[in-house]
Design a protein around this ligand. Structure first.
Ligand code: NAD
Length: 262
């Protein structure tokens, strides 16, 4: 049995990118997982079944929309009812929109704050009673280097990510005596569909070519000049869920090729 054998993890936004890497990392350590996020039924089933096949654990999919608080509560309940507990929660689903501040569409602002920030509170609120009862829990929020520093044209994203760093500290303090930790992982640029999708808008906003956006905007901020991988982010999450991670709480841990050291 792996180090997380007998435990279960709910990972939001795990049909793709970093979230899928978290789900696979927890499963590799023996945890059952609730996968959440959008995609075609065939694509979701492919990922879900490969988690079960590759790691000999159980995986279920929740189609909960992170913009809706009632659906988030049902996603946590699905984990508890299917596996008997929701021991690990990763608030990871996120969206991005790039625009000059004076043109920032209010509906995009509302959606980013809802999905990237408010949803984390709703999930934490739903998962904590069970964690307290069992006397163990790990909550990880995927923040971003943008929880520590800003970039132009990302008003809503930067605001939501700074917000989730504050929520993380508050939850950590409230839960510290219950053996429940709450931390942020703050990646720099990770090569995922989210990173790729913002290239066209950044090309438009900054009047640059695709190559210029990749090298002069995205990797410009990252001293190593390399993208972070989803697997590296997931390995950090796995450490936070280990016994050795028990005293790390309220932290905002960068994994950003040196970006926020500058
Ligand atoms: P991604 O686009 O590859 O995956 C996003 C996931 O969220 C998908 O599974 C998608 O279906 C899901 N999702 C989107 N809206 C949702 C909603 N309303 N309800 C439920 N699920 C929803 O993105 P990614 O790059 O893997 O990003 C994951 C997290 O990492 C985000 O919070 C993002 O802000 C953060 N992050 C990414 C980078 C990067 O460079 N890729 C850097 C720093 C932080």
């Amino acid at each position: 049995m792996g180090t997380l054998g007998g435990k279960s993890a709910v990972v939001t936004g795990s049909t793709s990118g970093i979230g899928l890497a978290y789900a696979r990392a927890f499963a590799s350590a023996g945890a059952n997982v609730v996968i959440n996020g959008f995609g075609t039924p065939a694509d979701i089933e492919k990922e879900r079944s490969s988690v079960e096949r590759d790691f000999k654990v159980k995986a279920v999919h929740s189609s909960a929309d992170r913009a809706k608080s009632d659906e988030i509560a049902k996603m946590i309940a699905l984990g508890e009812e299917t596996f008997g507990s929701a021991d690990i929660l990763v608030n990871n689903a996120g969206i991005q929109f790039v625009s000059p501040i004076e043109e920032f569409p209010p509906e995009k602002w509302e959606a980013i704050i809802a999905i990237n920030l408010s949803s984390a509170l709703y999930a934490i609120r739903a998962v904590v009673p069970g964690m307290k009862k069992r006397g163990w829990g790990r909550i990880i929020n995927t923040a971003s280097a943008h929880s520590m520093v800003a970039s132009p044209f990302k008003a809503a994203y930067v605001s939501a990510k700074h917000g989730i760093a504050g929520l993380t500290k508050t939850a950590a303090l409230e839960l510290a005596t219950f053996k429940i930790t709450c931390n942020c992982i703050s990646p720099g640029y990770v090569w995922t569909p989210l990173a790729e999708k913002q290239i066209p808008d950044t090309m438009k906003a900054r009047k640059l070519t695709r190559e210029q956006v990749i090298h002069d905007v995205l990797l410009q901020a990252q001293p190593t000049k390399e993208f972070v991988t989803s697997e590296q982010v997931a390995a950090l999450a796995l450490f936070l869920c280990s016994d050795d991670g028990a005293q790390i709480t309220g932290a905002n841990i960068p994994i950003d090729g040196g970006w926020t050291a500058a």
